[in-house]
Write a protein that binds this ligand. Sequence first.
Ligand SMILES: NC(=O)c1ccc[n+]([C@@H]2O[C@H](COP(=O)([O-])OP(=O)(O)OC[C@H]3O[C@@H](n4cnc5c(N)ncnc54)[C@H](OP(=O)(O)O)[C@@H]3O)[C@@H](O)[C@H]2O)c1
Length: 277
Amino acid sequence: MSVLVFGKTGQVAQELWSAHPEYIYLGRDDADLSNPETCAEAIKTLKPSAVINAAAYTAVDRAEEEEELALLINAKAPEAMAKACAALSVPFIHISTDYVFDGTGKDAQSPDKPTAPVNAYGQTKLAGETAIRNSGVKYAILRTSWVFSAHGSNFAKSMLRLSESRSELGIVADQIGGPTPAADIASTCALLARNLKTSGTYHFSGAPDVSWADFAREIFAQAGRDVTVTDIKTADYPTPAKRPLNSRLDCASLMSDFGVIRPSWKHGLAEVLKELK
Ligand SMILES: NC(=O)c1ccc[n+]([C@@H]2O[C@H](COP(=O)([O-])OP(=O)(O)OC[C@H]3O[C@@H](n4cnc5c(N)ncnc54)[C@H](OP(=O)(O)O)[C@@H]3O)[C@@H](O)[C@H]2O)c1
């Protein structure tokens, strides 16, 4: 099976590479997603048996200023990839986000809950989903949340960095979601690439759901850092892009269709801390 992965340097792509060095990986120099046609050309030339798109414009706050570029990378490029996959009749695995929802309510959100992004990043990711569904490809769209790993930038690494200089931190406690180890997203994408029979939109996040503040407390506890975390409200931490308060994802259909259970993010965190040592 020759699987082609877009993204080489990202959190999920790095984990895919660790587990599947036999896949083909394309970085920005090989296929620039801001030029979608190069992505389609790469698929036409390499003729893979499946494609995983692990690349995206992920700078949530900057997307408010660069929505056109984010739209090219998060929607137009995946659309071109999906159409090229459809022409070859090969499955397309694409990663999306909890930010396609407005985050109202307190229940876990199912894949068929109506979408309503509250920021530009979420709008561009939703446009990508819609384009893939309309492309005629056999697809899996995997929505995930709060990704962390030993690579790249993420909340866990930011907390570790801040713990070098701070003994007290105020962290948002009214946004709730599932921190998700990139390694588990990678293994789920690989499984979907092998076993996808029909198109579907799935949710996948680490368990249990927590606030950012409680996630931070666990990071400091596991890393042995003496930092006191105080709960603050989203309103007390203004950012250029609005964030949904409810990021809980109902992952039941991934379990019933593929036997994939929600991974323990505490276990995933322990693995990441070990890797960072
Ligand atoms: N991070 C999260 O918390 C989170 C939450 C929910 C969903 N997701 C989704 O999960 C997926 C993986 O996210 P991640 O955290 O692994 O991403 P990431 O670490 O930010 O990596 C993004 C990847 O996309 C590549 N990329 C960006 N612009 C590109 C371009 N114009 N041409 C080619 N490659 C480009 C980057 O390459 P360079 O290194 O060259 O820039 C990098 O390899 C994405 O679809 C994201 O939307 C992420």
